[in-house]
Structures are given as structure tokens and as C-alpha cells.
Design a protein around this ligand. Structure first.
Ligand code: F6P
Length: 553
């Protein structure tokens, strides 16, 4: 097998890892007072500090050589040029085209797809204005004031995260002012069991509620089942035909216009995006409709501009100063050479509470693969397990394990340097200081251990802190639509870079398909028929729901 792990740079990195393990992170700091300035990088208002990582300059040089050996620069070119980097589905991955500013072109098969992107943005803007100005009316003639997004995975997590992250964005133009005046209430439902939707339907006013069915494929059973329940609920309350009801209360966002039409969504209620936008990269497309509905089209566009700023940095900056590249290579070092298989995402900002869930999909659905582009099983680890929580809440939950457990964990601390303005109360401003102090304290102890205390060695073993959990701090000057766009695009490109090193396709997700198929088959067996085709466990569970008292003592 032609594998990167047999190459000279992989071997050199392995040798470095052997030595590095002997040298704790706190020593790396005491030996080099320039560590922070050498290992932190800025892009505008975004700073990424790698100095609490368990490596030195020499390691980074080898990691960059590994990236070059993997032909990373040419893969970056391929990504932006629309080459079919998703080879198992014969598709390019052109989410970067969604955030190109007006006037910049991107060609695919000789077609300027930027024209379609801009037209789509305009249609989205029209729809958003229509709703904000109270012109979109429900079956009773009253204006819509509530919008429910029905979607799952990439058709849910991104818009949900952005709506929460950017809810405090001040209005700066007509579009955002209008959004604030309209104060559209937005909700997200995703769970297949209908529990989120059922809770909402108890309190929403059907006459003023609009549903957005967001699904790239428009076949995802979770989404279609929730959409059917929503339609049934509306039918119960409205005295009009099915067709009129759907036209007044449903918008579809999908890459499958014919499927939207089959469901009854008229052309004028459809927003499209394209096969070349992966589901988990679709927040930047019309899937972001709820972001614009809640915050205004200008906020949505600012987010696109931030992401584009990161795209340009990623495309044009030499590897050794390229933030997503360095973030990715840091991960490669931790995963493949320090054998760390867990990655904690720790936003020190309540507004980013959905970031861990978003990154779980982005990273694990993209790079949770074990077969390379040649179809061979890889002989190295790929994506680690990611999870996370608002940092300060996690301090009271799982930090015990981070500080004193047996598991090595790499940690991303994400924080905004500035938060509340001069108008905020003194107490609230103090809370931000508390938050910052905790963020810096925790990453300090996790990386440097109790060496930060003079008399640590006198403490009993159960009070000692080993340190050496590698930490990256990602600090935004402020959390704004622009910096939020930069942040998410940075993680997207990080995932791509890691996929290149590992030689895997980050843009497909075949590992989720079999479950869907087996569940469809099982649906017909839940009444207890044909159980002999199943394993004893599954058959036993089905018998139990049908009343058999199997295994009850
Ligand atoms: O089943 C996984 C998945 O396909 C994700 O990749 C995707 O984001 C999610 O389901 C939702 O898919 P869709 O937007 O097609 O409903």
C-alpha cells in the first residue's frame, strides 16, 4: 500500500514524538520566552494561539513538509477550482463559491455558477423582505410572525448555531433594522420522534406560522415525517384546501426542485441550492434562510464575507502562516504522533453553545473514515472523537477527567476578547471578566499543569495536575457575523487539510446509509412479522414491544 505513513516525514515526526513526550509543555515555555509570539497567528480580528501545544518549531517544519509531500497546495487549488474532490459521488465541493462577493466569478463545466449564487441570494432576499414587511400571510389573512425550520444534520445545525451565536448583532442598516422590527420568532425542529415539534405545536398559532422544509435530498425521513406532522396540524386548524395551505405555510429549501414540487411546494415558495454544496457545508446557501429571517439579510451577507475572508487567506497564504493549515497539522500531530483520540470543543461564550454539535458533524461526518481514496484501509488513525460544551459549564462536569483522568485530550478554547458594551450593567461586564479569567486559567493548567504553582510538589497525589493536555486558543476580538464566518470557514478548511494528509474523501458520508436502509426494512417488522430474519437481540426487543414478557425476571 502506498501510504503517507511510510514516507520520510512521517518517520521523522514519529522520532520527534518520542523525544517530545519527555519534555513537558511548561518546560517548552520556560526554555523559549518567545513561544507565544512565534506560535500565535492573526487574521484580522481573529487570533489563534498554538503555543500551548505539545510541540516545537522543528515539529511544525516537519508537519509542513508532510503537507507538501501530500501535495496539499495542489489539493487546495483543486478544491477552489471545482475539481471533483468528492470522487465517490463525482462531485466538486464548492461551498467557497457560495461566499464569493458579487462580481467574483467561479466556473463549473464552463458555466459561471456565481450568477446562480447571486440570483439565489436575491430570491432569498425577496422572500425575507416579504416576510419582514408582513406581506406573507397565512390562511386567515394574518401576517406570519413565526418560522419553524424543519431539517436535520447540515440542514439544521448551522442555521441553529448562527441564529443563537449572532442574536445580539446590533442593527446596522435597513435590512437588519427591518428584521428587528419584524421580530420573527424562529424555531428549529429536527428529532425524528417528533418531540421538539409536538412541544411547539402546543403553543404556536397555526394562522401565523410558516414552516421551512430544509433538506438537500428532500427525502430524509426525519424531516419528511416532521413536515407531514406539521401539515396535519395546519389542516386541522385551517379551513382551506391542501394546496392553498401548503402555498401559504411552507417554503422548501433543497437541491431537488422536482421533489419539492411533488410534495406540493409551488415554485415561488422554493429556494434551491446545488449538488456541489455538501449538506454539512450548506449553512452558506439558502439553507441559511432562517439566519436571514431572524437577523436580516445584511447580517447573513456579513457572515458570508467573513467566511470568504478566511477562504482567501486559506487559498493564498503560505502553509507556514496559514491558520487552517496549522490548525489541521496541529491535529495531525496530536492524533497520529501523540496518539490522542479525543478532542474537546470548549466555547467560553454562551452564544456559541451549538458550536460543539456543529463541529461534531463537520469533523466526524467528514473525516470519520478508514478507507483512503484508493479504497485501501488506512494504517493510521483519522478523525478523533469530538465533543464539547460551553467551557464554564463543562468545568463543573467533565473537566475533572481533562485535568486528572487517564485520557489524553486536545482542547480548543474559543473566546471573544470583548463582549458587553458600555451600556451593559457593571455586573454583566464583570461576568465577562470572570469568563475570560476562567478560559485562560483552564487552558493554562491543562497545558502547563500545576507547575504554574510554586509549591505544587508538596501536594498529595490526588491534588496534583499533570498538564500536557495540548490546547489551542481561538480568540475573536468580538463575536460578530464577520468573525463568526471566519471561525466556521477556518474549521471547514482544517477538516479538508486533514483529509488530504490522511488521503480520504471528506465530502461523502456512506457510513450513514446502511442504518437508513436497515431501519426502513425494520419498520415493516415492528408488528412482529418475519422476525426469523433478525438476530436474537433485535427480534427479542420487537417481541417485547409486542407484549412478550421475554427476559423479565
Ligand atoms: O444522513 C446524513 C445526512 O445526509 C447529512 O449529511 C445531512 O446533513 C443530513 O443527513 C440531512 O440531509 P438532507 O439535508 O438531505 O435532509
Amino acid at each position: 500500500m502506498n501510504t503517507i505513513s511510510a514516507g520520510p516525514h512521517w518517520q521523522a515526526l514519529q522520532a520527534l514524538a518520542e523525544n517530545q513526550r519527555l519534555q513537558p509543555i511548561h518546560q517548552l515555555f520556560s526554555e523559549n520566552p518567545e513561544r507565544f509570539s512565534q506560535l500565535s497567528f492573526r487574521l484580522g480580528a481573529l487570533l489563534v494561539d498554538f503555543s500551548k501545544q505539545h510541540y516545537q518549531q522543528e515539529t511544525i517544519e516537519q508537519l509542513i513538509a508532510l503537507a507538501e509531500e501530500s501535495e496539499l497546495p495542489s489539493w487546495i487549488d483543486k478544491l477552489f477550482a471545482g475539481v471533483e474532490v468528492n470522487h465517490t459521488e463525482n462531485r466538486p465541493a464548492l461551498h467557497t463559491a457560495l461566499r464569493l462577493p458579487e462580481g467574483r466569478e467561479c466556473f463549473l463545466d464552463g458555466q459561471n455558477i456565481s450568477i446562480d449564487v447571486q440570483e439565489n441570494l436575491k430570491r432569498m432576499e425577496e422572500l425575507v423582505n416579504h416576510i419582514h414587511t408582513g406581506q406573507w400571510r397565512g390562511f386567515s389573512g394574518e401576517a406570519i410572525n413565526t418560522v419553524v425550520n424543519i431539517g436535520v444534520g447540515g440542514s439544521d445545525l448551522g442555521p441553529l448555531m448562527a441564529c443563537n451565536a449572532l442574536a445580539e448583532t446590533p442593527a446596522r442598516d435597513d435590512s437588519s433594522q427591518l428584521a428587528q422590527q419584524a421580530a420573527i420568532d424562529v424555531h428549529f425542529v429536527s428529532s425524528m420522534d417528533g418531540s421538539q415539534l409536538a412541544d411547539l405545536l402546543k403553543v404556536l398559532n397555526p394562522a401565523r406560522t410558516l414552516f421551512v422544509i430544509a433538506s438537500k435530498s428532500f427525502t430524509t425521513i426525519d424531516t419528511m415525517a416532521n413536515a407531514a406532522t406539521a401539515k396535519e396540524w395546519l389542516c386541522k386548524h385551517a379551513n382551506c384546501s391542501d394546496t392553498a395551505l401548503v402555498a401559504r405555510h411552507f417554503i422548501g429549501v433543497s437541491s431537488k426542485p422536482e421533489k419539492m414540487l411533488d410534495w406540493g411546494i409551488p415554485k415561488q415558495n422554493q429556494l434551491e441550492f446545488w449538488e456541489w454544496t455538501g449538506g454539512r457545508y450548506s449553512m452558506w446557501s439558502a439553507i441559511g434562510l432562517l439566519i436571514a429571517l431572524k437577523l436580516g439579510m445584511s447580517t447573513f451577507k456579513d457572515m458570508l464575507a467573513g467566511a470568504h475572508n478566511m477562504d482567501e487567506h486559506f487559498r493564498l497564504t503560505p502553509l507556514k502562516e496559514n491558520i487552517p493549515v496549522l490548525l489541521a497539522l496541529t491535529g495531525i500531530w496530536n492524533i497520529n504522533f501523540l496518539n490522542i483520540g479525543a478532542h474537546a470543543i470548549l466555547p467560553y461564550d454562551g452564544r456559541l453553545k451549538n458550536l460543539p454539535a456543529y463541529l461534531e458533524q463537520l469533523e466526524m461526518e467528514s473525516n470519520g473514515k478508514s478507507v483512503n481514496r484508493q479504497g485501501e484501509t488506512v494504517d493510521y488513525n483519522t478523525c478523533p472523537i469530538l465533543w464539547g460544551e460551553i467551557g464554564t459549564n463543562a468545568q463543573h462536569a467533565f473537566y475533572q477527567l481533562l485535568h486528572q483522568g487517564t485520557e489524553a485530550v486536545m482542547c480548543d478554547f474559543i473566546v471573544a476578547a470583548k463582549r458587553y458594551g458600555p451600556d451593559a450593567s457593571q455586573e454583566l461586564r464583570h461576568q465577562h471578566q470572570l469568563n475570560l479569567a476562567n478560559c485562560f486559567a483552564q487552558s493554562r493548567i491543562l497545558a502547563l499543569g500545576d507547575s504554574v504553582l510554586e509549591d505544587a510538589h508538596t501536594a498529595p497525589a490526588h491534588k496534583r495536575y499533570q498538564g500536557n493536555q495540548p490546547c489551542t486558543t481561538i480568540m475573536l476580538n468580538e463575536l460578530s457575523p464577520f468573525t463568526f464566518g471566519q471561525l466556521i470557514a477556518m474549521y471547514e478548511h482544517k477538516v479538508f487539510v486533514q483529509s488530504v494528509i490522511w488521503g480520504i474523501n471528506p465530502f461523502d458520508q456512506w457510513g450513514v446509509e446502511l442504518g437508513k436502509q436497515v431501519a426502513t426494512n425494520l419498520l415493516g417488522q415492528l408488528d412482529g412479522e418475519n422476525l426469523e430474519t433478525l438476530d436474537a437481540s433485535t427480534a427479542g426487543l420487537i417481541k417485547t414491544i409486542n407484549g412478550d414478557k421475554v427476559g423479565v425476571m
